[in-house]
Design a protein around this ligand. Structure first.
Ligand SMILES: O=C(O)C1=C[C@@H](OP(=O)(O)O)[C@@H](O)[C@H](O)C1
Ligand SMILES: C=C(OP(=O)(O)O)C(=O)O
Length: 454
């Protein structure tokens, strides 16, 4: 990684010298990898995860499950499904379920998936499981999961804070049954209860009560992945009651899962095509997926490009012009920082709506985007549930990232078009995309890749 000589933690974001033209292989999905790990750990037989994402969030998940007694072996993948090699160089994780044991300590880092998906797993263990993490993890919403688990029969000591740190006193089993939860602050509350529910004595009936649920595609991903390992799940979509999910108790099958590329991590590379009027191809873009990043095909097309899904993957081509957009991002909130970056470079204003819950993500993303784009000369205002962005000429400066991977990648997108943008702590991209700086440089100068990688 090239670092600014004046300040080692500053990464000079490269300015694009022309239209990008690159193929970018994006590593596996964080959301699929961490669900796959949990489901494989709860199965009644060993399973495989091929092309898993290896990043801070997924390594924390794997380490936590190992701490509870699950076997996770890293091997070279031998599946024909994985013969293309692909991200991770054909790596695979063999997951060998075992009895879940405490006492143990789980480090959640700042991974929403770890801090929400694992407390229900811990309730199934046979001893106390302590949960701790980064300072920001203490501020992220968890109270709904804690209260729901208590209703379902778990004993949890959180000093009545409704947040980390806390201890789940696993009793070796959990009764389960009906539970109400307000998951308007994070869809991960619902996913967390559903993922472990086949192992609850009575399964679960989760009823969301409260304001609208964000990130519905991520709940659909949970349901799809549960069904793919043999779980029976009733959903609102399948003619059920609105906001009610039911999971029947039963054994889960060990599966051989090839993890899709992370489409949300494809975002900055697609944005590069849009911002430079160039062309970027992402291999292995799935034809059908529950990942919210698939919405980028429509969103970035509206903002000024066109895309084509072929055998080679998704090719996105920028038109050379960037348009503003008025869009409800409640289903795809994690795409907001990258869309805001493109919107700041557009030829007309944008309104991004439906994402009030982003104030409780890795950082307060609405405040951070308003401040950092503002300090580069942008005109951004926070609304009750999003951002208004009125483009005007930007200048260089330091872009602070608040330990938020998506702010760092958003800053790199701005840096393509604005000279002198320095990204503070670009290494924070390790949360979901550890190779980001090298991938970015390779995209901008594909001809030099063999020499650079030699
Ligand atoms: O379940 C998941 O894998 C995720 C759900 C979403 O969380 P929220 O519903 O809290 O936004 C998303 O933003 C996060 O990046 C990943
Ligand atoms: C919100 C995000 O992560 P987490 O899984 O920690 O909630 C994200 O990746 O944008």
């Amino acid at each position: 990684m090239t670092e600014s000589p004046a300040h080692p933690a500053l990464w000079p974001a490269p300015l694009a010298s022309g239209a990008v033209d690159a193929t970018v292989t994006v590593p596996g999905s964080k959301s699929v990898t961490n669900r796959g790990l949990v489901l494989a750990a709860l199965s009644s037989e060993p399973g495989w995860l091929r092309r898993p994402l290896r990043s801070r969030d997924t390594l924390l998940m794997a380490e936590a499950l190992r701490t509870l007694g699950v076997g996770i072996e890293e091997t070279a993948s031998s599946s024909s499904a994985d013969s293309a090699g692909g991200p991770g160089g054909g790596e695979a994780w063999r997951v060998i379920p075992a009895g879940l044991h405490g006492p143990a300590t789980v480090d959640v880092g700042n991974a929403g998936t770890v801090m929400r998906f694992l407390p229900p797993v811990a309730a199934l263990a046979d001893g106390p499981i302590r949960f701790d993490g980064d300072p920001r993890s203490y501020e992220r919403p968890l109270g709904g999961v804690i209260e729901a688990l208590r209703t379902l029969g778990a004993r949890i000591d959180d000093d009545n804070r409704g947040a980390l740190p806390m201890t789940v006193f696993g009793g070796g089993a959990l009764e389960g049954g009906p539970v109400e939860i307000d998951a308007s602050s994070s869809s991960q509350f619902v996913s967390a209860l559903l993922l472990s529910a086949p192992r609850f004595n009575q399964g679960v009936e989760v009823r969301h009560v409260g304001a609208a649920l964000p990130s519905m595609p991520h709940i659909r991903m949970t349901v799809d992945m549960l069904r793919s390992v043999g779980a029976q799940v009733d959903t609102p979509e399948a003619g059920g009651e609105p906001n009610v999910w039911r999971v029947t108790p039963g054994a889960l099958l060990g599966r051989d899962l090839v993890v899709e590329p992370d489409l949300s991590n494809a975002q900055p590379f697609l944005a590069a095509a849009l911002v430079t009027g160039g062309r970027v191809t992402i291999p292995d873009w799935p034809a059908h997926t529950t990942q919210p990043g698939d919405a980028l095909r429509e969103i970035f097309t509206t903002m000024g490009g066109s895309c084509e899904l072929t055998e080679q993957g998704l090719t996105f081509t920028g038109s050379g012009r960037i348009h503003g957009i008025d869009v409800d991002l409640s289903e795809v909130g994690e795409l907001t920082p990258g869309i805001a970056a493109v919107a700041a470079l557009a030829d007309s204003p944008s309104t991004l709506r439906g994402v009030a819950h982003l104030r409780l993500h890795e950082t307060d993303r609405l405040a951070a985007l308003t401040k950092e784009l503002g300090e580069l000369g942008g005109d951004v205002t926070e609304t009750a549930d999003g951002l208004h962005i009125r483009p005007r000429p930007l200048h260089g400066g330091i872009f602070h990232t608040y330990e938020d991977h998506r702010l760092a990648t958003a800053a790199a997108v701005i840096g393509l078009a604005v000279e002198g943008v320095e990204v503070e702590n670009v290494a924070t991209t390790a949360k979901t995309l550890p190779d980001f700086p090298a991938m970015w440089t390779d995209m901008l100068d594909p001809a030099a890749v063999p020499a650079r990688r030699a």
